[in-house]
Design a protein around this ligand. Structure first.
Ligand SMILES: [Zn+2]
Length: 323
């Protein structure tokens, strides 16, 4: 599950670039599986379909990098640093594009600038790393600057062709895209082994719950993605009690279990089976207040559980007071 407000206190090993290879450290100052997550990997299917390096579905057709995502735009507003994955030199950057993200309304202004605000670093051995969708005004380097692994380049944003706040990291050698999770290019569908480019290979999380919240009505999806849909407290005469779960990487036939419990025990619990795969999705259930009855005051817990083949693979809780 993703917990809020915890940031990594220390960085992993510094990246070391050599003539033979490149060693990468995590390019974001957050904790994977906690305050951020990998939404999509490089597409390893040369044809029209897509697959990630594990022959699973966390990718899309033609995706040439790895996406390190934040659960909500509220997390983006708080500020999460993008950091150099290895020692290198700044070959170029762009700043000044808005963090409005990609939609039918913004598509025209983004054409040809899909990376949004970005930075390209060059490393010895013909390697390059590119960092995309940075927050407007956050770029902290200049052209030609030598940077050390771990140095701040900017912050995670949603500029360019980005449908959610994330860092897209591209790795190239000799101009060709390289998957840092499987750099030799032979797709083995295996869990990452010793042959990755990472100093400390990030764990593979095949989908999970990003956020859970309680509210008095079914929220708008935009508010869920913004991180503003959950109530901090509710009144005893709230018209309904609703629990919502926001998830990523869900598959057809996954089950999202949503529950609310209060001072008198279970309020509502329901399983929803998903009919297709979703990069991101939200589901909500609720119970209306009846007539003149009021909700008992006290602490209420909302819970979202993602089940795959009957096994819970991710759980998130939230608590509010009715008073
Ligand atoms: Zn991407």
């Amino acid at each position: 599950m993703i917990k809020r407000g915890l940031l990594a206190l220390s960085l992993p090993f510094a990246g070391i670039a050599t003539a033979e290879g490149l060693t990468l450290q995590l390019p974001v100052d957050c904790t994977l599986g906690d305050t951020c997550y990998i939404q999509q990997y490089m597409d390893r299917d040369p044809g029209k379909g897509f697959t990630d390096f594990q022959c699973r579905g966390l990718s899309y057709d033609g995706h040439k990098g790895t996406d390190f995502a934040l659960p909500t735009r509220a997390d983006m507003a708080e500020g999460v640093d993008v950091i150099a994955a290895a020692d290198g030199r700044v070959r170029g950057f762009r700043d000044g594009m808005s963090d409005a993200g990609y939609s039918a309304d913004t598509a025209d202004g983004i054409e040809g600038k899909e990376c949004g605000n970005g930075v390209v670093l060059v490393h010895p051995g013909g390697w390059e790393t590119q960092y995309c969708h940075l927050k407007q005004g956050s770029i902290a380097i200049r052209n030609g600057q030598e940077v050390k692994a771990g140095e701040v380049l900017g912050q995670i944003g949603q500029s360019g062709r980005a449908e959610f706040p994330h860092l897209h990291l591209s790795v190239r050698q000799g101009g060709k895209p390289v998957d840092p999770f499987d750099p030799d290019g032979t797709l083995t569908c295996a869990t990452p082994g010793d042959s990755t480019l990472w100093a400390d290979t990030p764990a593979y999380t095949p989908g999970g719950i990003l956020e859970v919240g309680l509210a008095q009505a079914i929220p708008d999806y935009a508010d869920v993605k913004a991180g503003t849909a959950g109530a901090a407290s509710l009144a005893p005469d709230a018209p309904a009690l609703v629990v919502f779960g926001f998830s990523f990487g869900t598959l057809e036939d996954d089950v999202v279990r949503l529950e609310i419990s209060g001072p008198d025990g279970e309020v509502i619990s329901r399983d929803t089976r998903l009919k297709r795969n979703h990069a991101q999705a939200f589901r909500a259930i609720g119970k209306r207040r009846r007539g003149s009855a009021i909700w008992p005051t006290g602490t209420y817990t909302g819970r979202a559980i993602l089940l795959r083949d009957g096994i819970a693979i991710s759980t998130a809780d939230t608590m509010i007071e009715i008073r």
